[in-house]
Ligand binder design. Structure first.
Ligand SMILES: Nc1ncnc2c1ncn2[C@@H]1O[C@H](COP(=O)(O)OP(=O)(O)OP(=O)(O)O)[C@@H](O)[C@H]1O
Length: 371
């Protein structure tokens, strides 16, 4: 009996303690709450379906936006310097810091910009106006000429070809095509081709939403054919070409090593990792992810190939490292619906470098079963 009463006394004191703790927590809760986050205007995601106002060049749809003085934007077209793909944003309070929104002051400035010669006004951009980042500018032909940017132009044969705008006259522009010929193309039949402006895959996604099959097919074809790599910030995005492409080899390794090329490529990622490792003497990691069959294994092989080539020497470790792949694949790969040569395990590949930058060892670990 005594033990029971002792237990119940212990329990009740425990309960009291818990109750006291609970009350203290409740009373202290508001103090511990993190301060409310400052309000940030909601930015439109880059992968959003494009607003119906953003029309493709060449589509009959015209923008129908009233300017402050009642004139339609269309009327400004001649002075606009042949605008295409202009990004129209929501008007908000000018106190907003978002570069994606237009204050009424900005709108007024841009209207003056159009009415006058844009170049003259640009230097006098009022301090209070947030300056557009270059990729946020209205896509203006004169800007393209000045910066020598490439464009896709819709030719008479309904094919899209990359070219460079040389000059404009009226509604036409002379465009230097990649084969060296110069053609006159209506300025509405352009699409910015500079990858920094196209934002690579994101704009392809937007084109998907625009449902322009001919443009989309053509661009996808070119991306798949010529450039399987693009970048989203520091992240490299690779599209599996499902065929041999001329994007690898010792010449390209040398070009990336000597920084003659800076277009997105797995070699450029490997180069950055290698040079930062040598500079900072810190370990570097390259994480390759994607769905089954997306090309992770091939990409990893290319990265290793690059590291082996630039680290120099004919060290046997380097050739062994390259040869491990086929042995591991013989044991660990299988044919699946998505991939004829699907790795059935994840891999952690560690490569050790000497202080001089040569490969001196490697370790491959199978991480986890994949399904
Ligand atoms: N860069 C490339 N160039 C040419 N072909 C490629 C490339 N990347 C992938 N492929 C092709 O796609 C196939 C699948 O690629 P890979 O095995 O690398 O995919 P994965 O993402 O590793 O798939 P899993 O997760 O199933 O192992 C390859 O066997 C190859 O035929």
């Amino acid at each position: 009996m005594s033990s029971v009463s002792e237990t119940s006394r212990t329990l009740s004191s425990l309960e009291e303690m818990l109750e006291a703790l609970k009350q203290r927590d409740e009373s202290e809760m508001p103090k511990d709450c993190p301060p409310a986050l400052p309000f940030r205007p909601k930015l439109a995601s880059r992968t959003r379906p494009p607003s119906p106002k953003r029309s493709m060049p060449g589509t009959p749809e015209k923008r129908d936006i009233e300017l402050e003085n009642g004139k339609r934007e269309e009327e400004f077209k001649g002075k606009l310097g042949n605008v295409f793909g202009a990004k129209m944003c929501k008007e908000v309070d000018s106190s907003s810091e978002s570069p994606y929104v237009n204050s009424s002051a900005q709108k007024e400035y841009r209207q003056r910009f159009w009415e006058n010669d844009g170049a003259k006004l640009d230097n006098k951009l009022p301090y209070s106006l947030p300056k557009f980042r270059e990729d946020e500018w209205d896509d203006n032909i004169s800007y393209f000429i000045e910066k020598k940017l490439r464009v896709w132009c819709h030719l008479k044969n309904r094919q899209w070809e990359p070219g460079q705008v040389q000059s404009t006259s009226g509604d036409k522009a002379s465009v230097l095509l990649s084969d060296g010929s110069v053609v006159a193309v209506p300025v509405e039949e352009f699409l910015p081709a500079n990858p920094d402006i196209l934002q690579g895959v994101d704009d392809l996604i937007q084109l998907c939403y625009l449902n322009e099959p001919s443009v989309l097919h053509n661009l996808q074809y070119r991306y798949a054919q010529d450039r399987i790599y693009t970048k989203a910030g520091p992240v490299l995005i690779a599209v599996n070409p499902f065929k041999e492409i001329q994007l690898y080899g010792s010449k390209l390794v040398t070009a990336y090593k000597k920084k003659l090329l800076d277009s997105p490529h797995i070699y450029s990622i490997a180069e950055t990792a290698y040079s930062q490792m040598m500079e900072d003497e810190m370990n570097q990691s390259i994480i390759i992810s994607g769905e089954s069959g997306s090309g992770k294994t091939e990409t990893a092989k290319s990265a290793i190939e690059y590291l082996v080539m630039i680290s120099g020497g004919n060290n046997h470790v380097e050739s062994e490292l390259l040869q491990t792949s086929c042995i591991l694949e013989a044991f660990g790969n299988a044919k699946t619906l998505r991939n004829n040569n699907s790795s059935r395990f994840g891999r952690l590949i560690e490569i050790y470098f000497s202080a001089e930058g040569g490969i001196c060892g490697a370790n491959v670990q199978a991480c986890k079963d994949v399904y």
